[in-house]
Design a binder for this molecule. Sequence first.
Ligand code: ADP
Length: 280
Amino acid sequence: MADCTHDCSTCASNCGTRSKTSFIKPPHMLSHITRVVAVASGKGGVGKSLVTGLLAVRAQAMGYKTAILDADVTGPSIPKAFGVHDLATGTDGNIEPVVSRSGIKMISMNSLLEHEDDPVVWRGTLIAGAALQFWTDVVWGDIDIMFIDMPPGTGDVPLSVFQSIPLSGVVVVTTPQQLVEMIVKKNVNMAGMLSVPLLGLVENMSYFTCPDCGKRHEIFGESKAEELARAYVFPAVARIPIDPAMSRLADMGRVEEAETDYLADVFAQIARSREIKNYL
Ligand code: ADP
């Protein structure tokens, strides 16, 4: 301890006064982003990308300058749902995002691949690196709310994105099914470990309303949304029905026409979440 230089970055000692290492990276110098919200799920296929898209559509419609960073590098689906097929332009280290019809700025692996059906067959470190470059190398300009479509799960790639990008909070997307509690708990634990606030729990494909008789059917099982939200202290909860019209709109690149009222309470939490400038 006698030789302490108070520079923890070059010291291997675990002396107890060690400052907490931060892996947070600043965005591009021409990006001024007020809030960043991660949309996460314990596994793929639960509608995380659709929910990310719907939240962004709602934000933009309410007058917020909105962006989507599609960090789901191996399963990128955001630009397609918005009908954006342009390739991103720019040079190394200065990438211009693509823009949707309503003005949402977005970047995705699909915006960089000449053929959007090309598979991304990279190792985890490269995948995480690409997602981080979307943060550090894209010239986002002025953005009020950025949504990050996270890679599914709680493995190395989502962890590295969580650690490197300052977050206002996280929205967890799930479906009603067995084991859902364990899956949500993993997301909650990861957010807790990294001191990222939980903003909302979205139970997607929660029920189906019969178009003939109007009766609600809980196709994948009884809803656990309220119970889980109480147990893990999510300040807002949303239930989105199975709606073939919604997936048709996403397939046709017209997600901006979809209903977003289901997400009103979760969005209200996002709009008042912490600003990231204090965490950079
Ligand atoms: P993830 O990002 O979790 O892998 P996606 O958002 O890509 O999942 O959704 C998977 C598929 O399910 C997509 O075709 C999407 O349009 C469809 N889908 C998602 N949520 C719903 C819903 N509530 N009703 C109908 N189809 C849905």
